[in-house]
Design a protein around this ligand. Structure first.
Ligand code: C2E
Ligand code: MG
Ligand code: MG
Length: 621
C-alpha cells in the first residue's frame, strides 16, 4: 500500500509538472496548476489515510505513538493467549497448525513442536463420524463460527470431551487467513454429570438399579415385547421377616444382608437380566422374552430355593426366605404400571399363603405354573431315579397283516401320579432342556431292545424313535445317534427316526443338512404327524426321507368323513409320487385299515393292531 502511494505521488507530481510546463502559458497559470495538483495530492493522501490509517502513518513515520499502543495491545493479547486456562489453537487458512498456547499443551499433552505444521485431525477421538465434522465446516462457512462439544484424543491416547469455539479470521479485504479454536476440557464436568445420573438411578447400598431405572426399563421392555409380539415377566421379591433381622441384629447387619442378597440374586440371574432394589427389602426382576407362565415361575422357584442357603457374616450365619409375586405381560397386564401393581398384589398373596413361595396374579395361573414347575423338577429326579419307561407299539404291513416294526414311546412311571403320558411332560422337558437327555435315553433303550429282539430271532424291519423338534436344529443330535448306534451295535438300517413335519419346516435349510447327515449313518427317516405342518411340496421333495406318517387326526374320520378321505388320498398319492412309504397312525377300526389298504397305504399303526406296551408284555406267536 505504501509503495503504491509513493509511486503514485511521484508519478502524479512529475506528470502534472510536465503537463504544466507544456500547456500553461503564464507563470500565474503554472502556480495555479501547481496549487490544484497539490490540493488533489493532499485529498488523495487523506483518502488513503482514511482507508489504511495505521499503515500509512507507520510508513510516513508519524504513527510512533499509535504503534506503541498497538504493541502494548499485542503484548497483552499474547499474555492472555498464553495464560488463559482455555486451550487455543490457530491454523492457517489451509488448516495447518501455526500456533498453540500453553493451556493447549497442558490439556492435550503435546508440545508445540509436535503439532506445528500438522492438522487438527491429529486429535480425532474416533467418536464422531464424518457428518459431525462436515457440520462444523458448514457452520464455519456460513457464520464464520462454530461452538459445541467435541471428543478429542490426548497424546496419551485418552479421549476426553471439550467445549470448543472455532472462528474463521478474515483480513480487511474479507479474505480468510486463519482459524482460531478456543476450548476447555470438560471431562470433570462430564464425570460429575455421569456420577449424578448414576446416583439418581442406582441404589447406593447394593449398586443395583433403583425403582426409577427399573420402571424405565420395564416400560422399554414392554414396548419391545409388544413390537415383537413376545411376553414379559416381572418378579417382585420381598425378604420374609427382614424387619426382625434389622431389629434383632442391628441395621449394619441388615445392610450387609441386603448387599449379599443383591450379589446372590445377580449370580442366580446372570448379567442379561434387569435386577433392581426397589427399596427396603424389596427387589425387582425383569424377565424379557418370557413366553410362558412356567418360565417366570421356574425363575421364582429357583430364587426361593437358592435364598434358603445361609448367608454368612463374621460370626453370624443367617437363614432367610423370600416371597415372590409374578406379573405377566400381556396375559395379565398391558402396561408397566399395571404389571407392577399385579406383581405387587401377587406378592401380597404369596405372603398370605405362608411366605417362602411365589404367586401369580390369579389363582388359576398360580396353580398352573406350580404344576409345571413341580413337574420340571420332578422330571429331573425321574431321569436320575429311572422312573421313565419305554413302551412299544406295533406297526403292521396292511397287505399281509404282518407285524414288521415297533415305535418306541416314552412313559413316566410317577410314584404318585401313576403312568404319565408323554403329552404331559415332553413339552415341559423341551422348555427346560431336559428333552435332550430323555430322547437320548429312549433312543438307547430302543436300540438295545431291537438288538435283543434280533438276537432272539424275531423278524422285524425297524424300531422307530421320536426325536424332539428342539433337538432337531442341534448338531449334537448326529453325534448322539452315532454314539448310541456304536454303543449298542444295532445295524443302522434297522433304526428309523421320526421327526415331526413342523420341526422340519421350522428351518428347512438346517433340517435338510441335518437329515442328510443322519442318512449318512445308514438309518431311515420318517416324517411324523404329516398333514399338520403346512409343508411346502417343493421342500418336501428335497428331503432325504423314506416315509410319511399320516397324522391320526385324518385317520380318525375314515372311512366316512369326506374331507379326511380327500386328505388321506392326497397324502398317499404325494408319498407315492416321491417314492416314499406311507404309514397311517391311529388306526382303531378294521374298516379304517381296509380303507387305507384300498388306497394303497402300506403300513398301519393303532389300537386296532395293538396299544403301546412294555417290551416284556409283547406276545410273539
Ligand atoms: P406320535 O409319535 O405321533 O405317537 C403316536 C401317538 O399316538 C402315541 O401317543 C400313541 O400312543 C398314540 N396312538 C397310537 N395308536 C393310537 C390309536 O389308535 N388311537 C389313538 N387315539 N392314539 C393312538 P403317546 O404315546 O401319548 O405319544 C404322544 C406323542 O408324544 C408322540 O406322538 C410323540 O410325538 C411324543 N413322544 C412319545 N415318545 C416320545 C419320545 O421318546 N421322545 C419325544 N421327543 N417325543 C415322544
Ligand atoms: Mg411318532
Ligand atoms: Mg404321530
Amino acid at each position: 500500500m505504501a509503495a503504491l502511494y509513493v509511486v503514485f505521488s511521484i508519478l502524479w507530481l512529475v506528470l502534472t509538472e510536465q503537463l504544466l510546463q507544456q500547456w500553461a502559458d503564464s507563470p500565474l497559470a503554472v502556480t495555479l496548476g501547481r496549487g490544484i495538483n497539490l490540493l488533489v495530492w493532499v485529498l488523495f493522501s487523506a483518502l488513503l489515510i482514511f482507508i489504511s490509517r495505521a499503515r500509512l502513518l507507520n510508513f510516513i513515520g508519524i504513527g510512533a505513538q499509535l504503534r506503541n499502543e498497538d504493541r502494548e495491545r499485542l503484548r497483552m493479547a499474547a499474555a492472555v493467549f498464553d495464560t488463559t486456562l482455555e486451550g487455543v489453537l490457530v491454523t492457517d487458512r489451509s488448516g495447518l497448525i501455526v500456533h498453540v498456547n500453553r493451556a493447549f499443551m497442558r490439556i492435550t499433552g503435546y508440545q508445540q513442536d509436535e503439532v506445528i505444521g500438522q492438522r487438527p485431525s491429529k486429535f480425532k477421538s474416533g467418536r464422531h463420524g464424518p457428518p459431525f465434522y462436515q457440520q462444523i465446516y458448514t457452520a464455519l462457512e456460513a457464520n464464520g463460527q462454530w461452538s459445541g462439544e467435541i471428543w478429542n484424543r490426548r497424546k496419551n491416547g485418552e479421549i476426553y470431551p471439550q467445549w470448543q469455539t472455532i472462528c474463521a479470521i478474515r483480513d480487511d479485504n474479507g479474505e480468510l487467513t486463519h482459524y482460531v479454536a478456543v476450548f476447555s476440557d470438560i471431562s470433570a464436568i462430564k464425570h460429575s454429570e455421569q456420577e449424578l445420573a448414576y446416583l439418581a438411578h442406582h441404589d447406593p447400598l447394593t449398586g443395583l438399579p433403583n425403582r426409577l431405572l427399573f420402571n424405565d426399563r420395564a416400560e422399554q421392555a414392554l414396548a419391545v415385547a409388544q413390537a415383537n409380539k413376545r411376553g414379559c415377566g416381572l418378579l417382585l421379591l420381598d425378604l420374609d421377616h427382614f424387619q426382625s433381622i434389622n431389629d434383632g441384629l442391628g441395621h449394619t447387619i441388615g445392610d450387609q444382608l441386603l448387599k449379599q442378597v443383591g450379589e446372590r440374586l445377580r449370580l442366580i440371574l446372570g448379567n442379561g437380566v434387569t435386577l433392581a432394589r426397589l427399596g427396603g427389602d424389596e427387589f425387582g426382576v425383569l424377565l424379557e422374552n418370557c413366553q410362558q407362565v412356567g418360565q417366570a415361575a421356574t425363575v421364582a422357584q429357583d430364587i426361593i430355593e437358592r435364598m434358603r442357603e445361609p448367608f454368612s457374616f463374621e460370626e453370624h450365619r443367617l437363614f432367610i426366605s423370600v416371597s415372590v409375586g409374578i406379573g405377566l405381560f400381556p396375559s395379565d397386564a398391558l402396561s408397566a404400571e399395571q404389571l407392577l401393581r399385579n406383581a405387587d398384589a401377587a406378592l401380597f398373596k404369596a405372603k398370605t399363603n405362608g411366605r417362602a413361595c411365589y404367586a401369580l396374579y390369579t389363582e388359576e395361573l398360580t396353580a398352573h405354573a406350580q404344576h409345571r414347575v413341580e413337574t420340571a423338577s420332578e422330571l429331573r429326579r425321574a431321569l436320575e431315579q429311572e422312573e421313565l419307561r419305554v413302551f412299544f407299539q406295533p406297526v403292521h404291513e396292511l397287505a399281509s397283516g404282518r407285524r414288521i416294526g415297533f415305535e418306541a414311546l416314552v412313559r413316566w412311571q410317577h410314584p404318585q401320579r401313576g403312568l404319565v403320558p408323554p403329552g404331559e411332560f415332553i413339552p415341559i422337558a423341551e422348555r427346560t432342556g431336559l428333552i435332550a437327555e430323555i430322547d437320548a435315553w429312549v433312543l438307547r433303550q430302543a436300540c438295545r431292545q431291537m438288538v435283543q429282539w434280533q438276537a432272539e430271532g424275531h423278524e422285524l424291519e425297524f424300531v422307530a424313535v421320536n426325536i424332539s423338534s428342539r433337538l432337531f436344529g442341534q448338531r449334537e443330535l448326529y453325534r448322539q445317534v452315532a454314539q448310541v448306534l456304536d454303543e449298542t451295535g444295532l445295524d443302522p438300517a434297522l433304526l428309523e427316526l421320526e421327526v415331526t413335519e413342523s420341526a422340519v419346516m421350522e428351518d428347512p435349510e438346517v433340517a435338510l443338512e441335518q437329515l442328510h447327515r443322519l442318512r449318512e449313518l445308514g438309518l431311515r427317516l420318517a416324517i411324523d404327524d404329516f398333514g399338520t405342518g403346512y409343508s411346502s411340496l417343493l421342500r418336501l421333495k428335497r428331503l432325504p426321507v423314506q416315509k410319511l406318517k399320516i397324522d391320526q387326526g385324518f385317520v380318525a374320520g375314515l372311512p366316512g368323513d369326506e374331507d379326511d378321505i380327500a386328505i388321506v388320498r392326497v397324502i398317499i398319492a404325494l408319498a407315492r409320487s416321491m417314492g416314499m412309504q406311507v404309514h397311517a397312525e391311529g388306526v382303531e377300526q378294521a374298516e379304517q385299515a381296509q380303507f387305507l389298504l384300498a388306497q394303497e397305504c402300506q403300513l398301519g399303526q393303532g389300537y386296532w393292531f395293538g396299544r403301546p406296551v412294555p417290551a416284556g408284555d409283547l406276545r410273539w406267536d
